[in-house]
Design a protein around this ligand. Structure first.
Ligand SMILES: Cc1cc2nc3c(=O)[nH]c(=O)nc-3n(C[C@H](O)[C@H](O)[C@H](O)COP(=O)(O)OP(=O)(O)OC[C@H]3O[C@@H](n4cnc5c(N)ncnc54)[C@H](O)[C@@H]3O)c2cc1C
Length: 509
């Protein structure tokens, strides 16, 4: 991607943001507003859903957010010494406009940028080490892969151009009832094809070679999704966008956005696990019947239940991720949809790297690479090894070279044994391990993406992760679901699943 094109494009879309042009969306509000909304889960999906639900339904509705663990979910930090470090979702793309909008709205600065440098490891030795000089990297890539590297960035940019359409649609109040329809509105049949074929197939169709896929694309997929080039083409493109310049993070930790959004949305946080959601039908004042969702939950104070007009599920409905029983629904709603979540173990080691592990003779005092990606080979025990900077960069901070004891983050599919740690590190004084069920295990074709609409006023945000899992994807889905909830409540069907929006809205720019 050409970084010079970023500010212009970002400004264009951010301009739309603030213009507040919802004239196409607003229709006379004929019905009462809902009184109570429940959101299940306080990760970035649930908290941004609370934010957008407040925006859509106004001050009168009570919003309860249920969360048994820490606010932030898969955005989490651990303390090592005097500093905190990201252990879950870490980097944000410069064109992730919802995340950008949130920090602006909440008055949280981005983290100070520390320049990064990348290397690729095949399990035995470093096969590529980025130079400090752009021209050297450019010539090396040109020599080894011809124009493939540039073409990859161009391809990702063309996908991103279409992806960006969602911001315009949402700004005008348009929403989609399924993941497929959302993707189709952004990128037409091409995006659906990408969803149902592997990244390998997608890129081969675009003319990329197997060598390029093995040497460059696979290491990027492994660091971002812990999986091979057989992930779907759409999440693959999202993953490759993670190799763009200008990636950022939130000062003090990405999870700050979640607590900020909760506060901003004036929602009530209920520290409890939702155990079941049942459909209840009650007589209403008018003599008709009204239906509600009874949410049952367990917290420290014991178990309780409450009735809600609208419920948004903002946690994956998959084995190992949540266990909510749904009752009274026809057709029945499963507690778990098919497909499983992929394990990535994040191990933070405060220690001294053993350079011989990387098969390099380069002196540790000169080794300043921050991100070591790995090739997909039987010798690769780890998915990546990164020199980690704290979530708040102190003034005058310089990333220490590998000769100093510092914090390293290892991503691996399984917990590291003591022996594996000894292979990698000469010494260490702390090891902190988090076992994540991190993102879906992608194996296209995945023709049965879970629905956004589970029942009349019961929505499921994390269905979007089967297209791609990322903070921005959960935020996009949160806004989509908030708009769906609003329009379906007020029967504004003209704003749902509109075809050919891109052409129709072109004249509005
Ligand atoms: C190691 C790792 C690295 C990653 N790197 C990146 C990255 O660099 N960039 C990026 O954009 N994304 C990254 N991701 C993905 C990103 O973190 C997720 O896509 C995103 O955080 C998902 O947010 P969410 O709110 O949808 O789900 P979650 O964060 O999982 O939130 C769901 C919440 O629901 C709660 N919950 C579960 N069951 C119940 C229940 N029964 N009742 C009430 N609450 C419940 C959970 O406790 C949890 O807090 C990474 C993820 C991992 C794990």
């Amino acid at each position: 991607m050409n970084p010079r094109t970023l500010p212009l494009r970002a400004l264009l879309f951010l301009g739309l943001w603030h213009a507040g042009r919802r004239s196409l969306a607003s229709a006379p509000e004929l019905q009462d507003q809902p009184k109570k909304i429940a959101v299940v889960g306080a990760g970035i999906g649930g908290t941004s859903a609370a934010f957008y639900l407040r925006q859509e339904f106004g001050a009168g509705v009570k919003i309860d957010v249920f969360e048994p663990g820490d606010v932030g979910g898969r955005l989490a930090t651990v303390r090592i010494g005097d500093h905190e470090y990201e252990t879950g979702g870490a980097v944000i793309h410069p064109l992730n406009l919802h995340m950008k909008h949130f920090i602006e709205k909440l008055g949280i600065p981005p983290r100070t940028n520390v320049p990064s440098k990348m290397a690729i490891f095949d399990g035995k030795e470093l096969t590529f080490v980025e130079s400090d000089w752009f021209i050297v990297n450019f010539l090396r890539m040109l020599w080894r892969f011809g124009f493939s590297y540039i073409r990859m960035h161009m391809w990702v940019e063309s996908v991103l151009d279409k992806f960006m359409r969602i911001y315009q649609y949402q700004q005008y109040g348009y929403t989609f009832s399924s993941v497929d329809k959302l993707l189709h509105a952004m990128g037409g049949d091409a995006f659906l094809t990408m969803l149902n074929q592997t990244l390998e197939e997608t890129m081969m169709d675009e003319g990329f070679s197997q060598v390029f896929l093995n040497d460059i694309v696979a290491p990027i997929a492994r660091v971002n999704y812990g999986q091979s080039v057989r992930i779907n083409g759409f999440v693959g493109a999202v993953s490759l966008a993670g190799a763009d310049p200008g990636l950022w993070a939130v000062d003090g930790g990405n999870k700050r956005v979640c607590s900020g959004l909760l506060y901003n949305s004036k929602s009530e946080l209920i520290a409890a696990r939702v155990t079941s959601i049942s459909l209840k039908v009650r007589p209403s004042k008018t003599g008709n019947t009204a239906s509600f969702y009874e949410v049952s939950y367990v917290g420290e104070a014991g178990s309780a239940h409450s009735l809600y007009d609208i419920v948004v599920i903002a946690t994956p409905l998959h084995q190992g991720k949540s266990d909510i029983a749904f009752s009274g629904f026809s057709p029945p709603i499963p507690s778990h949809y098919p497909g499983r979540y992929h394990q990535t173990v994040s191990t933070l080691v405060h220690g001294m790297l053993d350079m011989s592990y990387l098969g390099t003779t380069q002196p540790a005092s000169e080794f300043t690479v921050s991100d070591i990606l790995t090739k997909d080979s039987k010798d690769s025990v780890i998915n990546s090894l990164s020199s980690l900077d704290p979530v708040h960069i102190p003034q005058g901070y310089k990333r220490p070279p590998a000769s100093q004891t510092k914090v390293w983050k290892v991503f691996s599919p399984k917990p590291l044994s003591q022996e594996q740690l000894r292979d990698m590190f000469l010494s260490w004084d702390s090891v902190s391990e988090t076992q994540w069920l991190a993102y879906p295990s992608y194996s296209p074709p995945h023709r049965n993406t879970p629905p956004f609409i589970l029942h009349d006023r019961l929505y499921y945000l994390n269905a979007v992760e089967w297209a791609a899992s990322a903070m921005e994807m959960s935020s996009i889905s949160a806004r989509n679901v908030a708009l769906l909830a609003h329009h379906r409540w007020h029967q504004q069907v003209g704003n749902i699943d509109q075809e050919d929006l891109h052409t129709r809205l072109r004249g509005e720019l």
